[in-house]
Design a protein around this ligand. Sequence first.
Ligand code: ADP
Ligand code: MG
Length: 245
Amino acid sequence: MTKMIEIEHLKKNFGKNEVLKDISATVNKGQVICIIGPSGSGKSTFLRCLNVLETPTAGKIIFDGTDLAKLNDGKELDELREKMGMVFQNFNLFPNMNVIENIKLAPMKVKGMSDADAEKLGLELLDKVGLKDRAQQYPTSLSGGQQQRVAIARALAMEPEMMLFDEPTSALDPEMVGEVLKTMQDLANSGMTMVVVTHEMGFAREVADKIWFMADGYLQEKGTPAEVFEHPTSERAKDFLSKVL
Ligand code: ADP
Ligand code: MG
């Protein structure tokens, strides 16, 4: 199996708050990892370290063979971030641009893609997420679920090697969760490497190759969904799962 990202003894402190204490893990190409765990346990911080929105206090993150800590200039970091798409809880679409403009912006500005090529790519991606007929609408006229699917299409427009999702359905009304999870499942089936922080245990069980349970600064469990959900070994995971399953 080809390694996509290797994390070695990652630590992250905010002042005296030791959020990530010692995390080592590997994501292989094509794998879907779901990270679960209590609120405040450092899941977002961990994702933000992966795409260098946060600088680790110690440890190594090796992506595509490159140690991210060794990337210091802005250009190298930008190139790295282009290879990792990120989707947030609150969609973060540009409100002053319509849907297709949201998607075309980065490929044109960052990759120098022509307007025509970006338009074609954007419409293909919108078709993939079931929103081709919404290309000219503005984000505020869309439902939360539709906005999140546009956000996924926008991230895919940079043709990333892997996608990071931070609780992509947590801000949605319940009836819209399914359409976003379906889009993510399609993406997983297409072979995309994905790291997904989620509270959707059904999705995690169904779609993840591996579940990582994070608590108290460590990945306390790493295993298949069957292993982690049915035979958790740590007391912390047993307690958490008894509350959410
Ligand atoms: P989770 O996503 O699992 O809910 P977070 O990664 O958001 O957890 O937060 C973990 C801990 O790190 C919390 O105690 C939070 O207050 C702290 N934290 C996160 N980001 C920052 C920051 N930028 N500055 C200081 N503390 C932070
Ligand atoms: Mg979080």
